[in-house]
Design a protein around this ligand. Structure first.
Ligand code: HEC
Length: 152
């Protein structure tokens, strides 16, 4: 727990979500039955960009907690969360959108997985980052599109 919290607070450089008119604001995301059916932007996610965001230590930094066989060349795969292999088989895209936008909505308040499109990122958030999301709405769509490709 302590280790995971340190990762969240120390490693993430939080990106301000630019408030574009056609984007769903973080507080307006509709979580229903552990899924978010509607795209956050209306623009299909790009799996290639999503792959970059996934491994970027300043963006998704998903490798801090998840191993991913698709990224064997990358160093330091964390094991705090489950392996990403086959995540695209286990979850529908709408479920992945919910998990990645705000894992607390799916796994409960106790999860150590950060809410990447939530203004409630976690404890001990740097003052200047309060009210900002880690990823933008389109970056969420891109990561969802990428993880959906991880089939076994
Ligand atoms: C601080 C650690 C941490 C980070 C960073 C993190 N996760 Fe997670 N994630 C978890 C944990 C832990 C779980 C398992 C649910 C639980 O026990 O709370 C999980 C669960 C998941 C699941 C469901 C896994 C399954 O197959 O059942 C997906 C998908 C997922 N994470 C994607 C991501 C993506 C994509 C990123 C980066 C944008 C990310 N996670 C970043 C900790 C993390």
């Amino acid at each position: 727990m302590i280790r995971a919290t340190a990762i969240v607070t120390a490693v993430f450089a939080v990106t301000a979500a630019s408030a574009l008119a056609d984007e769903t604001a973080p507080q307006d995301v509709n979580f229903e039955d552990l899924a978010v059916m509607a795209s956050l932007t209306g623009t299909p996610g790009d799996p290639v960009t999503g792959r970059d965001i996934f491994k970027d230590r300043k963006l998704g930094n998903c490798l801090a907690c998840h191993t991913n066989a698709d990224m064997q060349k990358e160093l330091f795969h964390g094991t705090v969360g489950p392996a990403m292999d086959g995540a695209g088989d286990r979850w529908e895209p709408a479920q992945l959108r919910a998990i990645i936008a705000d894992a607390k909505e799916v796994f409960g308040e106790q999860t150590v997985m950060p809410g990447f499109y939530s203004v409630n990122v976690g404890k001990d958030v740097r003052e200047d980052l309060v009210g900002k999301t880690i990823l933008t709405a389109q970056q969420i769509e891109d990561v969802v599109a990428y993880v959906a490709t991880l089939k076994e």
